[in-house]
Write a protein that binds this ligand. Structure first.
Ligand SMILES: *Cc1c(COP(=O)(O)O)cnc(C)c1O
Length: 377
C-alpha cells in the first residue's frame, strides 16, 4: 500500500515521444520560444477542429483567457454573475479586472448556474454572466443565452472542462458569445499550461490579441509575419499572457490525439455509470457521454459519508477529489448576507473519482469495489 507506483491517480497528463519531439523541434530547430508561427498554426487548427470562423486567441492559461474575456466586456465596478461552486480561477479572473464576482447558486442536478437565483442578484451594474460547463456538461446553455439576451448581458462561457463536447449538434466554442478553454496539464487536451478565448466579436477578439501582449497594438499580426514591434502604441492595460511556441507545439500534437482521449474518457465514464448504478448511498449525474467529453467524473455521496469514503479510498491508494470548494466562503470573496444553501449542501456531497486516459478497467473495478465496501459497512 505504500509505493507511489500503485497510486491510482485522480487525473494525469498523457504525453509520449511525439510531444517531446515537437518541443525538441522548437528548441533546436526553430529556436524561437516566444509567440510566433507555431501559435498561429495552433489557432488555425483549433478553428478547423471547431468548424468555426470565430477568432481564437491562445494565451498561457485558462485563467488568463477568462481574465481577458472579462476585461474585454466590463469596467471596474461592473458585476459578473458566476456560480460559487467553481474553480477559484473564475472569481480571480473577474476580480482581477476590478469587476465584482456575484456568487450564485447552482442547479444541483447539473452543477451549472441557477438562473432563478442569478436573476435575483441582477443590478444596474450587472454586465455579464459566466456559466461553468461543470464536468463538461453545458446543461441549460440555451436558457443561459436567452437569460442573457433578456437582461442584456454578455456571456463568458467557462468551457475549461468542455473541450470537444457537443451541445445541440454543435461543438462547444463553435457558437455563442465568448468561450474560454483551458489547456492546463490535466484538461481534455493540454499544452502543459495554456488556454484560449474564442469569440465572433471582432472588437473583443482584437482586444484579446493586443491585451495578451502588453496592449501593444497589432503585435500579434507582426509576430505571425515573423516581425517585431519597435515603435507602437498602447491604448489600454495589457498583460504578459501570450502563448509560447513551445506550448503551442505540445497543443498541436494533443489536438491530433484528441479522438483517442475522447473515446477513452467517454468509455470510462459510461462504464462508471454502469458499475455504480445500483449502489445505495450515492447519486450519479446521468449524462450523455456520446456528446459530453468528460474532464472529471463526479458523484454525490449521501448521508454525510463523503469524507469517510474519500479517506477509505486513499487507504487503498486511490486518489479522489472535490470539485470545488465554493468561492463565496473564501476570506477574499466572503460577503455579509450572502448565503448559498444549495451550494453548501452540494459541496458536502461531492466526490470526484479518477478519470484520465491511462486509467484501466481494472483500476475502475477496484475503485467501485472499494466504494461498495465502504458504503455497505
Ligand atoms: C482549469 C480550470 C480553469 C482555469 O484554467 P487554468 O488553465 O488552470 O488557468 C478555470 N475554470 C475551471 C472550471 C477549470 O477547471
Amino acid at each position: 500500500m505504500d509505493s507511489k507506483q500503485n497510486l491510482i491517480r485522480l487525473s494525469k497528463s498523457i504525453f509520449d515521444e511525439r510531444e517531446a519531439k515537437e518541443v525538441t523541434r522548437i528548441l533546436l530547430e526553430d529556436g524561437y520560444t516566444g509567440m510566433g508561427k507555431e501559435v498561429q498554426k495552433f489557432e488555425q487548427e483549433l478553428q478547423e477542429f471547431l468548424h468555426t470562423d470565430k477568432e481564437i486567441g491562445c494565451v498561457n492559461s485558462g485563467t488568463a483567457a477568462l481574465h481577458l474575456a472579462v476585461d474585454a466586456v466590463t469596467k471596474p465596478g461592473d458585476e459578473v454573475l458566476v456560480q460559487a461552486l467553481t474553480f477559484v480561477a473564475c472569481f480571480q479572473a473577474i476580480s482581477g479586472t476590478g469587476a465584482v464576482p456575484v456568487a450564485c447558486e447552482i442547479d444541483p442536478s447539473t452543477f451549472t448556474i441557477d438562473l432563478q437565483d442569478a436573476e435575483k442578484r441582477i443590478t444596474a451594474k450587472t454586465k455579464a454572466i459566466m456559466p461553468v460547463h461543470y464536468a463538461s456538461d453545458p446543461a441549460n446553455l440555451d436558457e443561459i443565452y436567452e437569460f442573457a439576451k433578456k437582461h442584456n448581458l454578455r456571456v463568458i462561457e467557462d468551457a475549461a472542462h468542455a473541450f470537444g463536447t457537443i451541445y445541440d449538434e454543435k461543438l462547444i466554442g463553435s457558437f455563442g458569445d465568448i468561450i474560454c478553454f483551458s489547456f492546463d496539464g490535466i484538461k481534455n487536451i493540454t499544452c502543459g499550461e495554456g488556454g484560449a478565448v474564442v469569440t465572433g466579436d471582432p472588437v473583443v477578439a482584437q482586444y484579446i490579441r493586443d491585451a495578451r501582449l502588453l496592449g501593444i497594438q497589432k503585435d500579434t499580426e507582426k509576430r505571425y509575419e515573423g516581425r517585431r514591434s519597435w515603435e507602437f502604441d498602447v491604448v489600454h492595460q495589457g498583460y504578459r499572457y501570450h502563448m509560447s511556441n513551445i506550448l503551442a507545439a505540445i497543443g498541436r500534437v494533443q489536438l491530433q490525439k484528441f479522438p483517442m482521449f475522447k473515446k477513452v474518457r467517454q468509455d470510462l465514464s459510461k462504464r462508471y455509470l454502469e458499475l455504480l448504478k445500483d449502489i445505495k448511498g450515492i447519486e450519479l449525474f446521468i449524462k450523455d457521454y456520446d456528446k459530453i467529453v468528460p474532464h472529471i467524473f463526479s458523484i454525490k455521496v449521501l448521508d454525510g459519508k463523503r469524507d469517510g469514503l474519500k479517506e477509505h479510498l486513499m487507504t487503498y491508494n486511490i486518489e479522489s477529489g472535490i470539485h470545488y470548494y465554493p468561492s463565496h466562503v473564501l476570506s477574499f470573496y466572503k460577503k455579509e448576507g450572502v448565503e448559498l444553501p444549495k451550494t453548501n449542501k452540494a459541496y458536502a456531497q461531492l466526490l470526484t473519482l479518477p478519470l484520465h486516459p491511462d486509467l484501466t478497467q481494472d483500476n475502475q473495478t477496484l475503485i467501485v469495489e472499494k466504494i461498495k465496501e465502504y458504503l455497505n459497512k
